[in-house]
Design a protein around this ligand. Structure first.
Ligand SMILES: [Zn+2]
Length: 232
């Protein structure tokens, strides 16, 4: 955990939040494959003051830009690990959260990247106040690291059916949950509303297969049925 200028990181608040995120992901894994070891357990290191770069994306999608970006990212993470005295080999996934303050803005925000099938994710987010949005984005980027792909269209809305947690629901809309790899609760095709708590987020059948929570089967109309929600 890194703290930028003016950012107030309340460690206990973040520990509790990460615990809640871990529980929510655990509940989703159990829904798919039954009881087991929690899929994600967090250990918070820091916060450390950080005034250096925190590159979230290459300037363009060109190969040269992406290659330069990865090189720059590697250098930045090496520097952060030095400050935080982190031994990379002790972790399955390293998640770098940069608590930042946007002057004149007290609301929450979060943006990030997760290297798909990688071991690194970065999130730049508001650190104080309500941290639901940062936790939502952290969950999203972590799911990228274990193989999940994005499931939203250019407008940020759910792709059908892969962006739905319950594609088999009839009628299909409104959905109850936001697919974690989409980020909004679909209310009708091409439209959605923001989730308001971790309980509003879920892992749909396609993400569950990508991350190994559900068996790999060919995507067919009859195979999109997920397990029942507890208590529903
Ligand atoms: Zn994503």
């Amino acid at each position: 955990m890194l703290a930028g200028e003016g950012a107030n990181v309340h460690v206990d608040h973040w520990r509790r939040g990460l615990g809640a995120l871990s529980s929510r992901l655990d509940a989703e894994m159990r829904r798919w494959r039954g009881a087991g070891k929690p899929p994600f357990q967090f250990e918070l290191v820091g916060p450390f003051r950080w005034d250096g770069a925190f590159p979230l994306s290459p300037p363009s999608d060109r190969f040269a830009d992406r290659a330069l970006y990865m090189l720059g990212l590697w250098r930045v993470l090496r520097d952060i690990d030095g400050v935080a005295d982190v031994d990379q080999s002790n972790w399955d996934v390293r998640l770098y959260v940069f608590g930042a303050r946007v002057p004149g803005w007290d609301g929450s925000f979060a943006e990030g990247i997760g290297i798909q099938n990688g071991e690194v994710a970065l999130v730049r987010a508001s650190a104080g106040g309500d941290i639901f949005l940062p936790l939502q984005v952290i969950g999203h980027e972590l799911l990228h690291t274990v193989g999940a792909s994005d499931k939203y269209d250019d407008g940020g809305h759910a792709l059908e059916p892969e962006g739905l947690v319950e594609p088999e629901m009839a009628p299909r809309y409104p959905q109850v949950h936001a697919e974690w790899m989409v980020g909004e609760v679909p209310v009708s095709p091409g439209a959605g509303k923001p989730p308001s708590s971790l309980d509003d987020l879920g892992v749909g059948p396609v993400t569950a297969r990508e991350i190994g929570w559900a068996p790999l089967v060919r995507l067919a109309a009859s195979s999109t049925r997920g397990p029942a929600w507890p208590g529903r």
